[in-house]
Ligand binder design. Structure first.
Ligand code: WTA
Length: 691
């Protein structure tokens, strides 16, 4: 293994294994509990008078297909790829390569174009069908775009990008709110074989610059401003400030979204979308790309170090999202799919843009927040657009549940058939509310487990045939061969009622292929912690029925409102502040956001302290994190302490901090390895006072 050694990748791998073991070493064995309630498939779904017949209505049929997808993956995925995708040049090979070698490929000699799959083939057959409904930040201002309109606009933008000098294989940064033009920008890149790198518009200028530099982007596409819940986000100003550090960027294309008049434009670099796009020819020949050519990269937080640019292939990725929209969301031609995710995250890529458009259904872009102007917003949207699939995050469900059923009940939700959850474990109380109050017991609830790296849902119920248990993501999707591993030994735990780390045993089409510019890190993060397996970073239990229960991350990733954050990134931002000596960040339980960020800092000697000085400092530190990462990464609490718990060799023991903030004093584990066992008492004091 030439890539192994003592470089950063080797450190990451070592770190991951230690983390997983540490997280499991001190978990209490699960006690006997009551059998989980099982929900049958809702009768309405199986009644052809009320709903289109689900693609799979019989559990045995799911089992047969899943079995076949593992026994003969080549035949299974060949058929699926011919059925769901349109190829410019047919493939003859299906899967090759392995996790160990890091050379997995799917359909390697095939050629296709993602924008043809998402636009042209539908624009030809159903030109006037609505492709995207824009549910704008202000209610009652929605606008629709047909497949034909979308195709024409994508072609114009693609031609403009060519005129900028972009060619196949170049990477384009997109920093936009969740509006249809973000999809236009993404598909325009795909049309000419460019790779897009969408950066969530909640990231700071600093983070944006880091991502633009890492991917060596020459063009950025943005808006004048964004709007969320009536508040303005100055996207263009943030881009300007990021670009001070990015001399490689030669062009910025700016879509006038809010129409603000005082947007500074650099005449040598910046152009307005409305001035230049309309001058372009609305046809652009799609560039056929190889199945394995990258469609996009998307940065995500890892356990250590800087964010990783996760790279997705064109064909395998499209097949993953198209097949899951079809089977997991049970899509049918007349459907209106509303996924409330931001386009800047993987859920937005897969279930706002590529999945629904690949199948030629209607997708709703929700630009606002669930409580603007009031807590009926989602449900009003469902009613107005007759949404058939609704897909959101547990955080939103928990927040809305607290506000009361009346906000839901005043709307007509009878169009809904499938309601989904994603991003974090959903607690049974929230699941039940979603099922009863939103779904009225008539909809399938799909708790979909997946990751940026998996590209598409991998553990999830299928609406017409899988019975559900609140809190369980249930069963593996086609092609997904799940293993539960003992975190210490890496042995596979077979049978039922086992808990360990979640791993996958064989390649699947939509898995990430590499990390941009750092393949050794890809191998070290996913393939090497448990050789022969893809390591997810999550803990999992398989119960007596073979159902999977996701137990959250076993690494240093925390999940706040479904936003994935790395504790070490936040720590790095904190220690950049001059008076901070050390920082340790942990995730604590939160009733609404799932986890919240709690940071501990120690100060350099002779730093003034006291109640007021500390309060000022904490404000400054929160600002620091907002500026370096983005507002969504700001810690909920920052505690200034004298000392952090450390091993004798000086390593901070975050496990103890996690246990202390969770009030789990009796399971602190072995504290005799601590350099100063009495640190625990003083930390406990501070936590009791301040948290
Ligand atoms: C967590 C989001 C429990 C998990 C699609 C995973 C979940 C991380 C679920 C990926 C779920 C996602 N139940 N946990 N249904 N879905 N997660 O990359 O910890 O932003 O590893 O992708 O979210 O987050 P990411």
């Amino acid at each position: 293994h030439p890539h192994l050694g003592h470089g950063p990748a080797a450190v990451e791998k070592q770190h991951l294994a230690e983390q997983a073991i540490e997280k499991f070493a001190h978990t209490q064995p699960a006690g006997e509990s009551d059998p989980d309630p099982i929900h049958p498939v809702p009768a309405r779904l199986l009644d052809s008078a009320q709903a289109p017949t689900p693609h799979i209505t019989d559990l045995a049929e799911y089992q047969r297909m899943h079995q076949q997808s593992l026994a003969d993956p080549d035949t299974f995925w060949r058929n699926m790829a011919q059925d769901l995708l349109t190829w410019q040049r047919p493939f003859t090979q299906v899967c090759s390569g392995s996790f160990q070698d890091g050379d997995v490929s799917w359909f390697a000699d095939g050629e296709l174009n993602a924008s043809v799959n998402c636009l042209d083939r539908h624009a030809l057959r159903t030109p006037n069908k609505v492709a995207i409904i824009h549910e704008a930040d202000e209610p009652n201002q929605s606008r629709s775009y047909t497949y034909k309109e979308l195709q024409l606009e994508v072609c114009r933008v693609a031609n403009l990008l060519i005129s900028f000098g972009l060619r196949k294989g170049n990477t384009v940064a997109i920093y936009m709110p969740t509006i249809p033009q973000a999809a236009v920008a993404m598909l325009a890149c795909a049309r000419i074989g460019c790779i897009h790198s969408v950066v969530f518009a909640g990231f700071s200028a600093e983070s944006l610059a880091e991502r633009i530099l890492d991917a060596n982007c020459a063009v950025v596409i943005t808006t004048d401003q964004g709007r969320r819940g009536g508040r303005v986000v100055n996207t263009k100003t943030i881009v300007d400030s990021a670009l001070q550090r990015c001399p490689s960027v030669k062009r910025v294309l700016v879509f006038a979204h809010t129409g603000a008049t005082d947007i500074p434009m650099d005449p040598t670099r910046d152009v307005w979308w409305h001035e230049v796009v309309s001058r372009q020819r609305p046809y652009c020949a799609p560039v056929p790309v190889n199945a394995e050519d990258p469609l996009f990269l998307l940065y995500t937080s890892g356990s250590t170090g800087k964010p990783k640019g996760v790279v997705h292939s064109t064909a395998g990725y499209l097949l993953g999202v198209a097949s899951t929209v079809k089977y997991v969301f049970d899509a049918h031609p007349g459907d209106v799919f509303a996924c409330t995710a931001d386009v800047g995250w993987i859920t937005g890529h897969s279930y706002l843009v590529y999945g629904p458009l690949a199948l030629g259904i209607t997708t709703v872009f929700f630009e606002s927040i669930p409580t603007y102007p009031d807590a009926s917003r989602y449900w009003q949207m469902v009613q107005d657009h007759k949404v058939t699939q609704f897909y959101t995050a547990p955080t939103a469900i928990r927040a809305l549940r607290r506000l009361g059923d009346q906000w839901v009940n005043r709307c007509d939700l009878s169009s809904l058939r499938v309601i989904g959850s994603v991003g974090e474990p959903i607690n049974p109380e929230a699941w039940n509310w979603y099922n009863d109050v939103v779904g009225k017991g008539r909809c399938a609830v799909v708790d979909t487990y997946w990751q940026t790296e998996t590209g598409a849902n991998i553990i999830t119920p299928l609406p017409g045939c899988v019975r559900t248990k609140p809190g369980s993501a249930t069963v593996p999707f086609f092609g997904i061969d799940v293993a539960v591993l003992d975190p210490h030994t890496g042995e596979e735990l077979t049978g039922s009622d086992v808990t360990g780390v979640l791993a996958i045993k064989r390649p699947w089409p939509s898995m990430a292929r590499t990390i941009a510019g750092d393949h050794p890190r890809y191998l070290a993060t996913y393939m090497e912690p448990y050789p022969g397996y893809y390591f997810s970073g999550d803990g999992v239990t398989r119960d007596a029925d073979g159902y999977y229960w996701i137990r959250g991350r076993v690494d240093d990733v925390i999940n706040v409102s479904g936003h994935r954050l790395s504790t070490s990134e936040i720590e790095s931002a904190l220690v950049l502040y001059p008076v901070v000596a050390e920082a340790a960040v942990v995730g604590a339980h939160d009733e609404v956001t799932g986890q919240r960020i709690v940071a501990f800092v120690t100060l350099k000697p002779n730093t003034p302290s006291g109640v007021e000085a500390d309060a000022e400092l904490i404000k400054a530190l929160i600002l620091q994190v907002r500026q370096i990462i983005g507002p969504f990464a700001a810690p909920k609490a920052i505690l200034v302490v004298d000392e952090l718990p450390k091993t004798r060799s000086g390593k901070i023991i975050r496990r103890i901090l996690r246990k202390l903030v969770a009030n789990e004093f009796d399971t602190l584990g072995d504290i005799s390895t601590l350099n100063e066992p009495k640190v625990v008492m003083s930390l406990l004091q501070i936590i009791k006072e301040k948290l």
